[in-house]
Every structure is written in C-alpha cells, then in structure tokens.
Design a protein around this ligand. Structure first.
Ligand SMILES: [Zn+2]
Length: 271
C-alpha cells in the first residue's frame, strides 16, 4: 500500500509539473524537472559563475541593481526563490537570472540600460525566463542525456560528478552556456514570452513600460545589428517591438497604479 501511494504521489507531482502555466501568456508547458531541482541547479551554477568573476560589492551600480532587484522580485511573487543580485565588472553585454532567483548583471550592459527603468525591463525579462521555467523546458528535452531526474538528484546531492558535456547541457539550458562556450540561446518563442513578462513585471514594479522599446533600440544601435551571443536567436528587432506594443496598454494601466516617485528614466549610464 505504502509503495503504491508513494508512486501515486510521484505521478501526481510529475503531472503537476508537466501541466504548469506560464505567467501572463497562460501558455501551458510540458516540463519534467521539478522547481526544487531547477532551483538547486540555479544555486550551484550561480556559485560557479561568480567563482572567477569580479563582483562589485559596493558603489552606485550595485546599489541600483539591488534596489531594482528588490522591486522586481516582489512583483515576481516566488516565495520559494532565494533572491540574490551580483554586479559583475566585465565588459560583456549580458545579464541573466538563474532558476531560484540568482541574478547577474555585467557592467558592459549598463550603457544599453542607461537608466533604472531600462535595468528593470532587462531584469524583468531575465526573471521571466526563470519564472516561465524556460530552463526546465529545455532540460526536459535532454533529460535522458543526464541520466533522468535521478542523475540530476545525485548531482545535487554531490554524489556524482557531471561530465563536461552534461555540465554544458545544464548551463546551456539555464541560458548561461555562452559563458562556458556552449551556445544554446533561448528560442524566439521563449524570448518573446520573456519580453511580455518583463514588461508586465517592470510596470507592476512602477517603472514606465515604454522604456522597454528604447532598451531594445539602444541594444540594436550598440551592437550594430550583430547581437551579442546571448541574444543571437532573439526575434527580429521589429517583431519583438511589435509583441511588446501589443502588451503596452495593459502594462500602462499597471504602471499608473504603481508608479514610483522620481524620474526612473534619468540617465545614469551613458556611452
Ligand atoms: Zn532572453
């Protein structure tokens, strides 16, 4: 009896995970990796990403990052996340959020963000990849190569080392493969979904949502039509702006209700 009910419980848990819904878009998704495992992978990957990095512990950049991070994490409403924010001194134009709420921004992206609202959008976008479980969806497709869930659990328990290939699959699925030479950018569908969630998060946090369009314009100008590696399969510039514009009226209403005092579009970081 006991084993049978345990098995029923396990099946229930897998089905609940498999039938998860994406925030705002409502898309139903199929994924086999439970949040607890994804968050564990996020935590471990965060430690390894920060290992060789120059993290700024003080100064204006990290203060603004923490302030924006507190606001975005509040509206993302993920009580099981262990939110952490690191400003990394590195010229790469990049930012990421790992499952579990582990966020890294590179100083190289600051001139593209230009202001607090711009940072709020990109953070909302990256957090959107995590809360929409895009990494879990991608890892689900490669689960057999990892030895299934049991393989991931052994890894998290520190009982089994991963091969470099397996490590590449995990980091690639989490969207930080470019940093370790594994190119696995998010799909166009995931990118547009993260844009929608990012615009809604920033508006709920009190930032003007139209800044999102300006951020992508500055990104296109800055990178001269050659997108940085982590954006390399992003939708075309016009397509992504079109998707954002469809959501702007709804985002504006949320912004009007939650508007922050002061000018969050004032330039903090120029060229
Ligand atoms: Zn993205």
């Amino acid at each position: 009896m006991r084993t049978r009910s345990l098995a029923a419980l396990a099946v229930g848990a897998v089905l609940a995970t498999a039938c998860a819904k994406v925030p705002y878009t409502g898309r139903r998704q199929f994924n086999l990796v439970p949040d607890a495992i994804m968050n564990g992978l996020g935590k471990q990957s965060y430690a390894s990403m920060l290992g060789g990095a120059q993290v700024k512990k003080s100064g204006r950049e990290s203060e603004v990052l923490t302030q924006v991070g507190r606001r975005i994490s509040r509206v993302a409403n993920k009580p099981d996340y262990d939110w952490q924010f690191s400003m990394i001194d590195d010229a790469t134009i990049n930012a990421w959020c790992l499952p579990g709420g582990y966020i890294g921004f590179y100083t190289g992206i600051l001139p593209v963000l230009q202001n607090e609202a711009g940072m709020a959008f990109v953070m909302g976008h990256e957090v959107g990849h995590a809360t929409a479980r895009h990494g879990a969806e991608r890892l689900s497709q490669n689960l057999a190569l990892m030895g299934g869930l049991a393989g991931l659990e052994l890894y998290l328990a520190g009982k089994e080392k991963m091969t470099p290939e397996q490590r590449g699959i995990v980091l690639g699925a989490l969207g930080i493969g470019a940093q370790v030479g594994v190119m696995l950018p998010f799909s166009r569908a995931h990118e547009s979904e993260a844009d929608v969630i990012g615009v809604m998060y920033m508006a709920n946090a009190g930032y003007p949502p139209a800044e999102s369009l300006d951020v992508w314009d500055r990104m296109a100008a800055q990178t001269g039509g050659q997108p940085p590696a982590f954006l390399s399969t992003h939708p075309s510039h016009e397509k992504r702006k079109q998707v954002i514009r469809e959501w702007l009226p709804q985002a504006r209403k949320r912004y009007e209700r939650n508007k922050l005092p002061g000018d969050t579009r004032a330039t903090l970081w120029g060229r």
